[in-house]
Design a binder for this molecule. Structure first.
Ligand code: PMP
Length: 312
């Protein structure tokens, strides 16, 4: 895979600096022990071309703060001031394409002990130009992984904890090496949890179904948005445990997430989901989502933080 095209400026040690100057020591606690928490936020170029629409910025900064509480991080920023820094950084980079923003709270101390308490914390942010994470032209082929989703009393999936992503990486490698696009992971109880970097919805008899937030999943912000979009469109939604075999009898399935956006799943474990094509409810939710993020739907304008950008 090619190196990612980072935007020229990052936020590091309290300042906006050229991204090449944002460097940490090899002894950094977070690098050695995975003691960090990150956010993944998308900004879409508005249809008018005059702003970047950051999708649900306050929700993302609040979740990051919650992840950092799990890491006992002591920071001199709160969710609101972090949101302001992110907007300032977008403005400084003045992107002319869709972007992905990665704020990162990490144990910046150089101590040798794997502990959370009393180690200096810091915060960094970088951004990159970003298109689609998955190819969107045909539904995904996925497998149920033999890797089990992290349980809450091992490393909480509820937070975006850096070290926890080893678990996703194991499942992703297994899936890709077996010729699939991605994996669905089950939790320790054998119930459906989520993808390696996205939440999962299935449709049965016209009802959207997604695993509960107590099911060892990330409390996904796109997931929460999909529930809202569906209810507003009169589509019933259930948040309940999903059995593995329900994946095989579902009428539709899709992943959702900041990277994944809303993407249809056409085949699970070699079995087509219905006729293997993108389903009707999936297409409806996709349309609502993309209209929202591109600023085409005033009804959901409140979900966007607009940062003005200048033409070249
Ligand atoms: N689950 C996992 C494991 C993820 O990494 C992500 C991506 N952040 C999601 C779900 C989707 O969450 P969100 O919609 O907040 O991006």
């Amino acid at each position: 895979m090619a190196e990612i095209p980072l935007q020229p400026y990052a936020y590091f040690e309290g300042q906006i600096v050229p991204v090449d100057e944002a460097k940490v020591s090899i002894a950094t606690h977070a690098l050695q022990y995975g003691t960090g928490a990150f956010g993944g936020i998308r900004g879409y170029l508005d249809v008018s071309d005059e702003s970047i629409n950051i999708f649900r910025l306050p929700d993302h900064t609040r979740r990051l703060m919650n992840s950092s509480r799990m890491l006992r991080a002591r920071l001199n920023v709160d969710a609101d001031s972090l949101g302001t820094v992110i907007q300032d950084l977008v403005s400084k980079n003045n992107p002319r394409s869709n972007i992905y923003i990665r704020p990162f709270i990490y144990k910046a101390g150089l101590e040798l002990t794997p502990r959370l308490n009393g180690i200096r914390d810091d915060i960094a942010i970088y951004m990159l130009a970003f298109g689609d994470y998955f190819a969107m032209d045909k539904p995904l082929r996925v497998m149920v992984s033999s890797w089990v989703r992290l349980a809450d009393n091992i490393i909480p999936s509820r937070g975006k904890i850096t070290g926890g992503y080893i678990n996703s990486s194991m499942a992703k490698d297994q899936a890709e090496e077996a010729g699939f696009d991605d994996a669905i992971m089950l939790n320790l109880s054998g119930k459906v949890a989520e993808g390696t970097g996205a939440n999962l919805f299935i449709v049965r008899n016209g009802t959207l179904i997604t695993s509960p937030i107590t099911g060892d999943i990330l409390e996904g912000i796109t997931r929460r948005s999909v529930v809202m979009f569906a209810r507003d469109a009169g589509i019933p939604v259930e948040e309940r445990e999903i059995d593995r075999s329900e994946l095989y009898v579902a009428d539709e399935a899709f992943f959702c997430g900041t990277g994944a956006q809303v993407v249809a799943i056409g085949n699970i474990d070699g079995r087509d989901v219905a006729d293997g094509q993108r389903g009707e409810i999936t297409a409806t939710i996709q349309d609502i989502f993309f209209n929202c993020v591109r600023g085409k739907d005033q009804k959901y304008a409140h979900l966007l933080t607009k940062v003005p950008v200048r033409p070249d």
